[in-house]
Design a protein around this ligand. Structure first.
Ligand SMILES: Nc1ncnc2c1ncn2[C@@H]1O[C@H](COP(=O)(O)OP(=O)(O)OP(=O)(O)O)[C@@H](O)[C@H]1O
Ligand SMILES: [Mg+2]
Length: 286
């Protein structure tokens, strides 16, 4: 296990820095090859009972970049991202081995509190899941209140910042007290992103966040993902190869629980090293 240097930082309250406001999509690529590593995954194995779903994954995720996980159904994409914020072990009989080192600290170290990890590493699911009985405002504020933040002005500010950060504020600012589930599917997904942003995570894991959305709602999420990488490190699972090619800086192709190929997105899509990757991205299977 990695040394626990800095482990106390893991138990700090959410950071309260500003979330960037929307601007036009930027088409520059980040200076990614010199970006520091945010998350270093080493020999990570995941099990469901006696079934091994991840067979020793090694991968570095760089700060302020977008990494896409691609691969056919059942290859382990969801399992891998659930391991990255310690959700995997919440499934009965599920276990994980190996290391996932976030800023030098192994999130699987015994001394690390999984609750703190979930605060630092947010998650957005395939199907939007606003809290059904809560208003738009309360959906975003819920995590803050759970973490003991009581200052109404501070909560108001973070709710506004988060909704702005999720490109939803203008659409909902006059109806914050209406139920979250009254929004459209695309708005609900942005509400779930706002809810995640309110906790000011450092990493955002997104599991097929647009698969239930129409093309216009999907492209809004894609723009948002692109913009959010200024503040966050993002991992996105997608079955949509055009989306992976458009949105990500790095791509990881998985097959049957193994990482087959990882590289910058342009290389993976234009010049894959492995035949299996080439066959998958050209639609020959999966
Ligand atoms: N709760 C579970 N219990 C037992 N096995 C599971 C469970 N969840 C997933 N698995 C198995 O783990 C493997 C990886 O599944 P996972 O859901 O991570 O795949 P995926 O790549 O996300 O697939 P999809 O693209 O269909 O979402 C599969 O063989 C799957 O059957
Ligand atoms: Mg999945």
């Amino acid at each position: 296990m990695e040394s626990l240097r800095g482990a106390e930082e893991l138990s700090s309250a959410p950071r309260l820095s500003k979330i960037s406001q929307p601007t036009a999509i930027e088409h520059e690529t980040v200076t990614k090859d010199i970006s520091p590593v945010k998350f270093s995954i080493r020999n990570l194995e995941a099990w469901f009972g006696t079934k091994r779903a991840l067979k020793g994954i090694n991968l570095d995720i760089k700060t302020n970049t977008i990494t896409a996980f691609i691969g056919p159904s059942g290859c382990g994409k969801t399992t891998l991202i659930r391991c990255l914020n310690r959700m995997h072990e919440m499934t009965p009989d599920a276990s994980a081995k190996g290391q996932a080192i976030l800023d030098g600290i192994d999130i699987y170290d015994d001394k690390v509190d999984p609750v703190t990890i979930k605060r630092r590493i947010g998650m957005v699911f395939q199907k939007s899941n606003p809290f059904p009985t809560m208003s738009i405002y309360d959906n975003v504020a819920a995590g803050l209140k759970l973490n003991g933040i009581r200052n109404k002005e501070l909560i108001d500010d973070i709710v506004k910042d988060s909704l702005e950060g999720a490109a939803l504020w203008d659409e909902v600012k006059n109806e914050l007290n209406k139920p979250g589930i009254g929004l459209s599917g695309g708005q609900q997904q942005r509400l779930c992103i706002a809810r995640a942003l309110a906790m000011q995570p450092e990493v955002l894991l997104m599991d097929e966040p647009t698969s239930a959305l129409d093309p216009i709602a999907s492209s809004k999420i894609e723009e948002l993902v692109h913009r959010m990488k200024r503040d966050l490190t993002i991992v996105i699972v997608t079955h949509n190869m055009q989306q992976a090619a458009r949105v990500s800086d790095y791509a990881a192709f998985m097959y049957l629980g193994e990482l087959i190929e990882f590289g910058n997105t342009k290389q993976i899509f234009e010049n894959p090293r492995m035949e299996l990757t080439e066959r998958y991205i050209s639609g020959k299977f999966g």
